[in-house]
Structure formats: structure tokens, C-alpha cells
Design a protein around this ligand. Structure first.
Ligand code: AMP
Length: 233
């Protein structure tokens, strides 16, 4: 399908536990609508790799499967969203992850990123992917990614053509440090305790759309595209 690069899409927020498929779906939205994926997990990992001050502070927290502080993450997101490629819209993947981050995002959209030339304020379209617990375990423990092109695979559910090598560029696939089984439980606990209230926040505001994330990936993508099309109809 051809990429659309003219229409305003606005902010899209993908919610759901680790392993729900947010990254995969974000990449598909990005390809279809030509808006960037803003993954706070990816941005933090880049900071860790580059050894920035933020990266040094976040590294141990991430390795324990806990959440990096709201202030640090919000500042990083603010810097990213003011970049020109976010003007037509962007997909937030892994953010907001606490109720405080969700409130902060609304304030940012209302006061700082609100473009007066637009007839309506661009509230985010919030889509939550709901996935069965056992599916999540399979998805997280099987997840591998290509360090060169970022493509995501799953050794159980969506293996590469050649064992452990990327189909696109042949790079050896890697397992994320925090996808190890022992880090999984704290990550899922962080989701239950801190990220559930984000869903509640958007639900109360009448802005939450839930999708069955257990469906095959292509069906989930189709539903997301339909939601985005309806929103702009
Ligand atoms: P992810 O790739 O989204 O699973 O994120 C990996 C890790 O980065 C998480 O387990 C957290 O330690 C950290 N992280 C990512 N996004 C956030 C966020 N919005 N707030 C706090 N910590 C985050």
C-alpha cells in the first residue's frame, strides 16, 4: 500500500503490556502514514548505548525492569516531539506509562504543541492492545530484533528464514537485555501497577479504544488502520 504523506494524522498512543505488539504495529502505522514512531524504550536504549547522562542513569533501572523517572522520560519526549518530522503526527510507543506522564502529555499538547492554525486541538488517538498472559510470555521470550534495521522477529511465532539472521540484511539477531525471563516479572508488575492507571485516565476521558491483540498481527493492523481512517473521516 502506498505511503500517505500529505494528511494530518495527529498523535497516536499505543498502550499495552510489554510484548503486546506495540512496536510491530507502530512500524506498520509509520510505513502507511509516513509519521515517525516515537518509542521511549528505543530512545532510552539509544541513550544507554551512547553513554549519555540520561543513559547512565537509566541503564540499571531498565535492567531491573523498573520505570525510569517521569521527569527524565518527559523531557526526552518533549525534545523528540518538537522535531520537524513530528509535525503531521507521530506514534507514541511505550509512552505514557504512568498517569503523571499521561497528564503531562495532555498539558504539552494543550499548551506547547497546540498549533493555532488548526481548527481542532489534536488529542491523541489512544489504542490499547489487550493480550492473553501466556501469549505475552511466548512473545517476549521469543522476541529477537535486528540491530541494523530494527526489524522484530519471534523465534516461536514469526521466525526469520535463516535461524537467528535478519531476512533483510543478514545481521545476527539479538535478544533485548530486559526480555530475559527473570526481568519479565518486574516489567509486567510495573505495567499492572503503573500503566493500568494510564488506561483508566484515557477511559475516564472517553478516549480509549481497545483491540484484541491476540488476533493475528495483520488483523490487528487492519483494525488500527480502520480506527485511524474513521477518526479522520
Ligand atoms: P520498552 O521497550 O517500551 O519495553 O521499554 C524498555 C524499558 O525502558 C522499560 O522497562 C522501562 O525501564 C524504560 N521505559 C520505556 N518507556 C518508559 C516510560 N514511558 N517511562 C518510564 N520508563 C520507560
Amino acid at each position: 500500500m502506498a505511503q500517505e504523506t500529505s494528511r494530518e494524522v495527529g498523535p497516536v498512543v499505543l498502550l499495552g503490556p510489554p510484548g503486546a505488539g506495540k512496536g510491530t504495529q507502530a512500524k506498520r502505522i509509520m510505513e502507511r502514514y509516513g509519521i515517525p514512531q516515537v518509542s521511549t524504550g528505543d530512545l532510552l536504549r539509544e541513550n544507554v548505548d551512547r553513554g549519555t547522562e540520561l543513559g547512565l542513569a537509566a541503564k540499571a533501572v531498565m535492567a531491573r525492569g523498573q520505570l525510569v523517572s517521569d521527569d527524565e522520560v518527559c523531557e526526552m519526549v518533549r525534545e523528540r516531539l518538537v522535531e520537524p518530522d513530528c509535525k503531521r503526527g507521530y506514534i507514541l510507543d511505550g509512552f505514557p506509562r504512568t498517569a503523571a506522564q499521561a497528564e503531562w502529555l495532555d498539558r504539552l499538547l494543550e499548551h506547547e504543541l497546540f498549533d493555532n492554525s488548526r481548527p481542532t486541538r489534536a488529542w491523541p488517538i489512544v489504542i490499547r492492545l489487550d493480550v492473553d498472559y501466556n501469549q505475552l510470555l511466548l512473545r517476549i521470550t521469543g522476541r529477537r530484533s535486528c540491530p541494523t534495521c530494527g526489524r522484530i522477529y519471534n523465534v516461536h511465532l514469526q521466525p526469520p528464514r535463516v535461524d537467528e539472521l535478519c531476512d533483510v540484511d543478514g545481521t545476527k539477531l539479538v535478544t533485548r537485555n530486559d526480555d530475559r525471563l527473570e526481568v519479565l516479572q518486574p516489567r509486567l508488575t510495573a505495567y499492572q501497577e503503573q500503566t493500568r492507571p494510564v488506561s483508566d485516565y484515557y477511559q475516564r476521558a472517553g478516549r480509549l479504544i481497545s483491540i484484541n491483540g491476540d488476533l493475528p498481527m495483520d488483523d490487528v493492523t487492519e483494525q488500527i488502520f480502520r480506527i485511524l481512517e474513521d477518526h479522520h473521516a
